[in-house]
Every structure is written in structure tokens, then in C-alpha cells.
Write a new protein. Structure first.
Length: 193
């Protein structure tokens, strides 16, 4: 049986933006960039949102998964003075007690009274209830007086090992119920755990 050689890394499947066909040649990849060759999904999201923001059209909240390049996206949204809830991995570091800490560790150290059962909205089987906690983070932007940054943590009601983490930013008087509702708006199929 003949052995097939692997394709060089500079070639691969891409879809031509001009004709929509799949191609396997390097020239097509250079001429018709595929999604993978963009700087990142976060950069694409910024490119799509920037014209709307420039025209004065703001979203109530921007909500995104961690794949969107959370640090770059977060910095850009704050510079646009735009409220957001961005999912982050449990390894995401935030400043706490004078040093960077992974959000997974911070959530494990929270006392029982830090958690509150709330619904993130209605799903196909009724209210999507989980246990939530949030911490105000020590981040401030000079140009954003009265706004604050939070770490939001969602924990499954029955399996406490199932958690999801979010960075949020908005007016300091925003209630937890609002941030939970916003985070719930991005849950795939009504359930993220």
C-alpha cells in the first residue's frame, strides 16, 4: 500500500472569497484568505462592531465566548465605553490580594454565603437556575468614572465542580441579576454547562 505524504503546512483547505469554492493550493490561500488566516476572531468582531459604534449605535451589552480573544476584546470594549460580559477560561488571571490569581482558584476559595441561586432566564425546560457569585475587581479606567469590573462565576446547582467564568464591565450600580441575565443570553441551547 503506498504511503501518502503529508501536505506542507503552507497549503491546506481554504474557501475562496471570490467564488466560494474549496481549494487546496497555496496561491488561493494567499489570494483568498480563509477565516484561520485572520488575526483572530476578536479582531474580526472588533472590525464588525467598530462601524456601528462610530455611527453612534451601541449594543446594550456585548456578550462573547472566550474564543474571541478576551483580553484584547475587553480592552477595546472598555475604550469604547461599552458594557460587556465575556466568558473566560478558569486559568484567566485577575488581580486579587495584590497578585494575579486564576479565576478557578478564586472561585474555589469563596465562602458559601458568597453564592446565590438565580435564574439566567427561561430555557426550553423552564427557568435556568444556577448558583452565582461575583467579585468586584480592582480595575479602573480614568475615563470611566462610575464604572467597574467584575468576575462573575456560575456554578451548577447539583454538581459544584461544573463552573463557568466571566469578566464583566459596566456601571457600578448594575445589579447582579442584570449581569446574570446578560451572561445567560449567550448560553448555547439555553445551557452552558
Amino acid at each position: 500500500m503506498p504511503v501518502r505524504k503529508a501536505k506542507p503546512s503552507s497549503t491546506g483547505r481554504s474557501i475562496c472569497r471570490k467564488n466560494g469554492r474549496r481549494t487546496l493550493c497555496e496561491a488561493s490561500r494567499q489570494e483568498c484568505r480563509s477565516r484561520e488566516s485572520l488575526r483572530g476572531i476578536g479582531a474580526l468582531a472588533q472590525r464588525l462592531l467598530a462601524p456601528a459604534f462610530a455611527a453612534g449605535v451601541k449594543a446594550d451589552w456585548v456578550v462573547a465566548d472566550p474564543v474571541y480573544g478576551y483580553d484584547e476584546m475587553r480592552d477595546w470594549l472598555e475604550s469604547q465605553h461599552q458594557k460587556y460580559v465575556l466568558a473566560v477560561p478558569e486559568t484567566q488571571q485577575v488581580w486579587s490580594r495584590g497578585e494575579p490569581q486564576p479565576v478557578g482558584l478564586l472561585s474555589a476559595l469563596l465562602p458559601p454565603e458568597a453564592w446565590v441561586a438565580l435564574s439566567a432566564g427561561e430555557g426550553s425546560q423552564g427557568a435556568r437556575r444556577d448558583v452565582w457569585a461575583w467579585l468586584q475587581l480592582p480595575y479602573e479606567r480614568e475615563e470611566s468614572q462610575g464604572w467597574t469590573s467584575w468576575l462573575l462565576i456560575r456554578r451548577h446547582l447539583s454538581d459544584h465542580s461544573k463552573r463557568a467564568y466571566y469578566r464583566a464591565w459596566g456601571p457600578a450600580q448594575t445589579p447582579l441579576t442584570t449581569v446574570v441575565r446578560v451572561a445567560g443570553s449567550r448560553l448555547p441551547g439555553g445551557r452552558g454547562l
